[in-house]
Design a protein around this ligand. Structure first.
Ligand code: SF4
Length: 245
């Protein structure tokens, strides 16, 4: 099968445990104002690869992934937009004893029996989910990303039902998505779902700003100040702290 890939990273250290081969898929249905990869948005870009070609690439560096208990992470863009390819890629990865992680915003229609069937198939070969939750308030989520978060929350519940180990990923944009409602909402999700290992916090940064410029996109976050590493550390600590009864 053919997948449309934006790029690869052979020594990824921030997208799951250990050293990882990260596949950035082309195409995204969100338009996050803080996105540092807007060049992944458009379906038409990227390059075509088969699942065999990707596994062959991974096998070149296998020793590093195996020794560090790492593996393959598929990120984006939004990988679920190419779910049929993803199923084949993860299936082949598992055949090759490669650990798999899916980094997604989970925007898939769980009410559709066809989607559910595909998700069930994909989860059979998924060792870890990295689920991006960007905001708890739906209206603010639409404003921040262009889409509702209803599917994301339903997807989180489904991962819990299926007992798939999950790390929640939250991009912290100071003054934008750090309301009490969002912070406490994320803590509540973690405390209610036993499959969640932790909430990882990625501080908003400006490294993708030049891409917005190159693509001629209107960057509304041009004047937003990134959080300091201490602020990121503090909020991560709080998000992962136990809720007392
Ligand atoms: S979901 Fe990820 S790739 Fe898509 S717009 Fe948001 S940050 Fe960018």
């Amino acid at each position: 099968m053919i997948g449309r890939i934006h790029s690869f990273e052979t020594f990824g250290t921030v997208d799951g445990p250990g050293i990882r081969f990260v596949v950035f898929m082309q195409g995204c249905n969100f338009r996050c104002k803080f996105c540092h990869n807007p060049d992944t948005w458009f379906k038409e870009g990227g390059k075509e690869y088969t699942e065999e070609e990707i596994i062959n690439e991974i096998n070149k560096y296998r020793v590093y992934y195996d020794k560090s208990k790492g593996g393959l992470t598929v990120s984006g863009g939004e990988p679920l937009l190419q779910i049929d390819f993803l199923i084949e890629l993860f299936k082949l990865a598992k055949k090759n004893n490669i650990s798999t992680a899916l980094d997604t915003a989970g925007d898939i229609d769980m009410e559709s029996s066809m989607c559910l069937k595909k998700i069930d198939e994909l989860l059979k070969y998924t060792d870890l989910a990295l689920l991006d939750i960007k905001e708890i308030d739906e209206k603010k989520h639409i404003n921040l990303t262009g889409k509702s978060n209803k599917n994301t929350i339903k997807f989180a519940e489904y991962l819990n039902k299926k007992n798939i180990q999950t790390i929640i990923r939250y991009v912290y944009v100071k003054g934008i998505n750090d309301s009490e409602e969002t912070i406490n909402g994320l803590r509540l999700i973690k405390s209610n779902m036993k499959n969640i290992l932790e909430i990882d916090v990625l501080g908003y940064h400006k490294m993708g700003e030049y891409k917005w410029k190159e693509l001629g996109l209107n960057n509304e976050f041009i004047n937003i100040t990134p959080p300091t590493s201490n602020e990121v550390k503090e909020i991560k600590k709080y998000l992962n702290s136990k809720i007392s009864n």
